[in-house]
Design a binder for this molecule. Structure first.
Ligand code: FES
Ligand SMILES: [Fe+2]
Length: 448
């Protein structure tokens, strides 16, 4: 229970019996959270991690072996061999599957038992399978679906991926290790005010000076989950930015080094990422960094610094000594130091934490819906195969007006912008930029 210490120097009286909110933080097989997360495609590993040797991986609390056959097909199977349990991590990859090191049982990527050479005439092997999960390899990342086999969802093709967007981007896959629960990492993305402090006034401008202006904030639901809308006055411009959560654990974020000096209608993402739970207290942040002239016109990013345990921005992983972490903390230090699983009973919320509350409620509701047998409804596709998404930046020139409270004007711009962004997703993909431009051209607030 939340407890208030009402006097100075009263630390002794602190209630130590604070509990984790396990309903929304557990990820293991059979837990509510684990079942919920198993309704969607999750990244397993970077393609580059799976060469000739099998790889032991852990995902959603389950240990598995990931391998690539000599013909190039990837497989994800239970760690312990169906014969007598040796780990297939020590198996040998073959043309068609993986062979256990102990007595040579041979498994196909889909779990079919191809041979039992220590008992060649045994036909029982055709009557059962080894446990396996389907995979989809996409742009340098291997994804799996670990949910009920009769309801495999389409692999989500987001409209920000280069194939579906009117801008050429280089997508560079990456994977970063965080020793904490996935939910607190996801919450960071719906807490945009931290950019003003952690990324600007506390640690120096880790991104751009413009991040230091405290934005007017709002959070609204989208057909995929939720987004925050943050709006800032920047000189004569109004900078409007949305950052989305795609339930359960996907996120898209805009330019890291945004400079809202030039007008723009529809600038898209600098990263699409997945907070991939290893277990309750460890997470892999995986996804792609997008490189193109729009999100990084000054070339501040560096694709060669993005990859396995690498990121071209400070404070995103455990790659510095303690003193540097203390002198210039980043997201990694703030998030991991909340604890292996952030204790919600310890928190003291203010109005700018509303997005965290909304995200927890959406996750809680989703977990309960799955538990009650309802279908998972995120990631609907409006046009075949491609999912319209909601992360974007716009900048419009609207100088402050005499006689009007500019904070209220900014707030109103944010409200109207949120609706424009939601509506724009209904346009044909090829018309969306023009639709936004038209809507923004006529977005002019001169009275309240
Ligand atoms: S334990 Fe794998 S073949 Fe015997
Ligand atoms: Fe951050």
């Amino acid at each position: 229970m939340k407890q208030w210490l009402k006097q100075p120097y009263h630390g002794y009286l602190r209630n130590r019996d604070l509990r984790e909110e396990t309903e929304i933080t557990e990820v293991g097989p059979g837990t509510g959270g684990g079942e919920y997360l198993r309704r969607t495609w999750q990244p397993v590993a970077l393609s580059e991690e799976v060469k000739d040797l099998p790889v032991l991986v852990k995902l959603l609390g389950e240990e598995l072996v990931l391998f690539r056959t000599l013909k190039g097909t990837v497989g994800l199977v239970e760690k312990h061999c169906s014969h007598r349990g040796a780990s297939l991590e020590f198996g040998v990859t073959t043309n068609d599957g993986i062979r256990c090191c102990y007595h040579g049982w041979h498994f196909a990527p889909d779990g079919t038992i191809l041979e039992t050479p220590n008992s060649p005439k045994n036909t029982n092997r055709t009557k059962f399978c080894h446990g396996a999960y389907p995979l989809h390899e996409f742009k340098g990342i291997i994804f799996t679906y670990m949910g009920p086999p009769d309801t495999v969802p389409d692999f989500p093709l987001l409209d920000t991926y280069d194939d579906y967007h009117d801008e050429d981007s280089q997508l560079v896959p990456y994977s970063l290790h965080y020793p904490c629960n996935w939910l607190q990492i996801a919450e960071n993305t719906q807490d945009p005010v931290h950019s003003c402090f952690l990324h600007t006034s506390i640690s120096g401008a880790q991104f751009d000076e413009s991040w230091g202006v405290i934005p007017v904030l709002d959070w609204i639901k989208t057909p995929l989950g939720m987004m925050n809308v943050n709006v800032r006055r920047w000189k004569d411009n109004v900078w409007l930015r949305t950052t989305e959560t795609i339930l359960p654990n996907y996120n898209q974020a805009g330019a890291f080094w945004e400079q809202p000096n030039d007008e723009k209608a529809f600038q898209r993402v600098a990263t699409t990422r997945f907070f991939r739970p290893i277990d309750d207290t460890h997470t892999q942040v995986m996804g792609w960094r997008f490189f193109n002239d729009s999100v990084d016109p000054d070339g501040k990013g560096d694709a060669t610094e993005v990859g396995k345990d690498k990121m071209d921005a400070v404070g995103q992983l455990d790659d510095r000594d303690r003193e540097s972490q203390q002198r210039e903390p980043g997201d990694y230090e703030a998030i991991v130091s909340q604890g292996p699983v952030a204790i919600h009973e310890r928190e003291t919320w203010v109005d700018t934490d509303r997005g965290v509350g909304m995200m927890r409620k959406l996750v809680r509701d989703g977990i309960r819906a799955v538990r009650d047998g309802e279908p998972f409804t995120s990631l609907p596709a409006a046009v075949p195969g491609v999912v319209p998404t909601f992360t974007q930046d716009s900048v419009i020139k609207r100088p402050p007006l005499d006689g009007l409270d500019d904070d209220k004007v900014i707030q109103e711009y944010g409200k109207q912008y949120a609706q424009i962004v939601i509506e724009s997703a209904k346009a044909n993909p090829e018309d969306r930029r023009a639709y936004l431009q038209e809507q923004l051209d006529s977005l002019y607030i001169d009275k309240l």
